[in-house]
Design a protein around this ligand. Structure first.
Ligand code: AVJ
Length: 315
């Protein structure tokens, strides 16, 4: 496995992120730190919730359109950014079987990747599986390139980026693409705010536990003493920005110590700390942002309800 990101790099980045986020006003924490083992399991649970439609909708589009993706891209290499549970990957790999030689799953968490990669390699004899531990916002230029490469960025994770970050990311993807490359991008769409909020504030409270998990991660990694029970889950639709915001609201005045950073942080009762944005898109916006990055939309698909989108773009 190629590692452009070691456990050391990750630890350093976590320290920087937490220091910056907890000393800023308002306080924030980046969503990438939700996903330790427990957080990843909670996210898997979220994807099975009635209220959380994106995973099901994207799968529906892939079932319907993977053959079209394969016919257009005729990919030799599939590079998957933020390789997830593998189910969507399997759909793509199945459709691409005629042309595909190499599969490159990319994720920040190397251990999880190696396991997933071994499973896929076992099911696809003849396919070269080359997992890479990397941060796709920083290491795009280091990832395997080559002719007829399809870059897949699924799940709607692009929604975690702010507009300026998206510009940088899409431009970076474009810069690594040869003329015959394609990008397959999954993005959640703007819809009734009631449904959006429900998707991020489910009745069973799984998303609330997922949100609070970032505090447990910081406790474990940075020797902090957050009391997750003293923070409430909040999900709000920001209509001006067209994104969902998840926050953690302090239920009381409290001080938290982060020993590894030699930091004491005070929270007022009712103070909210933003832990995630999940932007929702309209077709025109996606086309404009891809266009600004030098990418042209070849296909734009949605599920039957028009909830989620899959865009196939090329230079
Ligand atoms: C994995 C980033 C696509 O934004 O919908 C799910 C994460 N957060 N529930 C999303 C998430 C709360 C998810 N992504």
């Amino acid at each position: 496995m190629d590692r452009f990101l070691t456990a050391d790099d990750l630890a350093k980045t976590l320290r920087q992120d937490v220091h910056e986020g907890l000393t800023g006003t308002p306080k924030t924490l980046p969503p990438k730190w939700f996903y330790d083992e427990r957080g990843s399991a909670l996210f898997e649970e979220i994807t099975r919730l009635e209220e959380y439609y994106p995973t099901r909708r994207e799968r529906e589009i892939l079932v319907e359109r993977s053959a079209d993706v394969a016919a257009a891209a005729r990919a030799r290499t599939l590079l998957e950014l933020g390789a997830g549970s593998g189910e969507k990957t399997r759909l793509l790999l199945g459709a691409l079987a005629g042309t595909l030689r190499t599969y490159v799953p990319v994720d920040v968490s190397g251990d999880f990747l190696e396991e997933a990669a071994a499973g896929i390699a076992a099911d696809h004899p003849g396919l070269e599986v080359r997992p890479v531990a990397a941060d796709y916002e920083r290491h795009l230029h280091l990832l395997p390139g080559g002719e007829r490469r399809l870059v897949a960025f699924l799940g709607g994770t692009i929604g975690n980026m702010r507009p300026a970050e998206r510009t940088g990311f899409l431009g970076g993807v474009r810069a690594t693409m040869s003329g015959d490359g394609f990008l397959l991008l999954g993005a959640d769409l703007v819809k009734d705010p009631g449904r959006l909020v429900a998707a991020y504030d489910d009745a069973a409270g799984v998303t609330a536990e997922f949100n609070r998990n970032v505090l447990r991660v910081i406790n474990a990694e940075l020797d902090a003493d957050f009391d997750p029970g003293a923070f409430e889950h909040v999900a709000v639709w920001n209509d001006a920005e067209e994104w969902i915001e998840m926050r953690l609201r302090s239920t009381r005045d409290q001080a938290v110590r982060v020993r590894a950073l030699d930091l004491e942080v005070r929270f007022a009762a009712g103070e909210e700390m933003r832990t995630e944005i999940s932007a929702k898109f309209r077709r025109e916006r996606l086309e404009a942002e891809l266009g600004a990055a030098g990418l042209e939309v070849a296909e734009f698909w949605t599920d039957a309800e028009g909830d989620f989108s899959l865009t196939l773009a090329r230079p």
